[in-house]
Design a protein around this ligand. Structure first.
Ligand SMILES: Cc1cc2nc3c(=O)[nH]c(=O)nc-3n(C[C@H](O)[C@H](O)[C@H](O)COP(=O)(O)OP(=O)(O)OC[C@H]3O[C@@H](n4cnc5c(N)ncnc54)[C@H](O)[C@@H]3O)c2cc1C
Length: 478
């Protein structure tokens, strides 16, 4: 059955033995048993198993157009509004299992590769572009339920507008340095790849801003391709105890720098290269934006519901619901939640067929949502901290509850609603979500994973149709 299982996913990734470095050491042995990865891999495995739950199969899978087998819904190229709704329901079903903390559940990249392949005809007839290879890869990924990560951004060396790397120097930003009958040779680095090293493949494509055509390409390679290395930051897993670290023990996704040391990308995996115009326009001409934002917002809705639940649970626990500012802060979350829900549905209702007969959710509506979330998510953290006050610091560990301190803790840390242990678990969750390394990384993730919010706002400004309204003002003034 093409829709994979958790066991197969874990075996596949272990068998790759990709070159992944944590804390200056390469991972030896099974990556699924490494402390930095075991929680998140287990959580991802559980997602794949959901595809085989008969009560969820209708949402999680659909029949492959190539075989009569069931494949994952996140690969579905929507042709009807029902397809779009089915995609959202599937995304939210997976998101529910981590309450939206897995920003890179596999449906994100499945969606991206589906969107790019759906727009493959854009590449047709263009120099050094190979649309059929992109479609082949999408079908291969779908039929084998591959897990993918990606890297779009060049290293943060010099972000001045007209900075160009010296072509005579050793490359820093990954570039094509050679080509031969087997493929292109890539050298340099890309940042960042969340989950780099625990996916089957790495997809690399240029999302714009390319000034040197050697830096512009799109391809996918196995994570264990010779010369490919993932350099991880330190792990933010606090520990294995779900009492102490309810989130990082399960959902720490890891981020890595990707280094290409003369990596051969075989021709059948090169989707385009050496074409400045395509490297700078494919991301916006393709359906990448509407579909990837539709996935992200659907997940963020689930995450926002969880934040609201957490805030209200804290309010109930220490009985602060009568205060107006607490009500106002909670309402801020409700307003954000209902706004996001409305926008995602609006994007589906206003979906239109693109020139390649794929039903795209309305892009401008989704762009609005993606401009909202980086701001409101940071505010959610602040609200949780403000309503928790010292509660977020009175959080003894699981060991403390198993020590002779237990009687003191039970007495002094009880709350209006909860016994001490329940109350501490609740506040540990609040702490981990907003103040731990895991939690602050979550904030940075929601701020930046979709790109620089400043550029997202600028993109919205330039692409939004404003002329009609200007005309109304002009006519009013006549
Ligand atoms: C947790 C996390 C996970 C991520 N995972 C991935 C991943 O898996 N794959 C991936 O490809 N990327 C990933 N990213 C990277 C993400 O795409 C980038 O962070 C984002 O595109 C912004 O780019 P940058 O970080 O290089 O910021 P920079 O572009 O270096 O920006 C730094 C500062 O300079 C300002 N600035 C820079 N250029 C301009 C300009 N032209 N105009 C105005 N202001 C400017 C920015 O506003 C910002 O304040 C991740 C990021 C984070 C934080």
């Amino acid at each position: 059955m093409p829709a994979t299982t958790g066991k197969k996913y874990i075996e596949r990734i272990n068998d790759l033995h990709s070159d992944v470095w944590v804390d200056g050491k390469p991972i030896q042995g099974k990556i699924s048993e490494h402390t930095a990865f075991k929680g998140v891999m287990k959580s991802q495995a559980a997602l794949y198993d959901m595809q085989h739950d008969t009560s969820l199969r209708e949402i999680m899978t659909y029949t492959s157009p190539l075989t009569d087998q069931l494949v994952g819904t996140s690969y579905l190229q929507p042709k009807t509004q029902e397809d779009l709704v089915k995609r959202r329901k599937m995304i939210q079903q997976w998101a529910l299992s981590s309450n939206g903390m897995l920003g890179r559940s596999p449906d994100y990249m499945n969606t991206v590769i589906m969107a790019l392949a759906s727009s493959a005809p854009f590449l047709k007839g263009k120099e050094n572009c190979f649309p059929e290879r992109l479609v082949n890869f999408y079908e291969y990924a779908r039929e084998n339920d591959l897990s993918l990560t990606h890297s779009f951004v060049n290293p943060q060396v010099n972000r001045a507008q007209f900075y160009l790397e010296d072509i005579d120097d050793e490359p820093i930003a990954a570039k094509v340095i050679d080509r031969n009958e087997e493929g292109i040779i890539v050298k340099g680095a890309r940042l960042l790849a969340t989950r780099g090293g625990v996916t089957d493949e790495l997809v690399v494509f240029s999302a714009g801003g390319i000034q040197d055509k050697a830096n512009g390409f799109a391809f996918s390679i196995p994570s264990n391709q010779k010369g490919l290395k993932f350099i991880c930051r330190e792990s933010f897993v606090g520990g294995e105890s779900t009492f102490n670290y309810p989130l990082s023990s399960r959902y720490e996704e890891m981020d890595s720098i990707v280094v290409f040391n003369d990596v051969l990308v075989p021709w059948e995996r090169v989707f385009y290269y050496d074409n400045l115009l395509v490297s700078n326009t494919f991301a916006t001409k393709s359906s990448f934006l509407p579909f990837s934002i539709h996935q992200a917002i659907s997940r963020q809705i689930v995450k926002t519901e969880f934040v609201l639940g957490l805030v209200q649970a804290i309010i109930d626990s220490i009985n602060i619901g009568e205060y107006l500012h607490v009500q106002e802060k909670t309402s801020e979350i409700i307003i954000a939640l209902e706004t996001l829900k409305a926008l995602v549905i609006k994007s589906e209702v206003e979906a239109k067929f693109d020139e390649w007969e794929v039903l795209r959710p309305d892009q401008k509506t989704l762009q609005v949502a993606s401009n909202i979330y980086p701001k409101v998510y940071a505010r959610f953290s602040e609200i949780i901290q403000q309503i928790s006050a010292s509660g977020i610091m009175t959080i003894p560990t699981e060991n403390a509850f198993q020590s002779e301190l237990r009687a003191d803790l039970d007495h002094y840390l009880q709350s209006n609603l909860d016994d001490a242990k329940t109350r501490v678990k609740l506040f540990r969750l609040a702490w981990e979500l907003t103040m731990s390394a895991f939690g602050t990384r979550e904030m940075q993730y929601e701020r930046y994973f979709y790109g620089d919010p400043v550029k997202l706002a600028s993109q919205l400004y330039y692409t939004y149709e404003k002329e009609l309204y200007v005309k109304r003002v002009r006519e009013f003034l006549i």
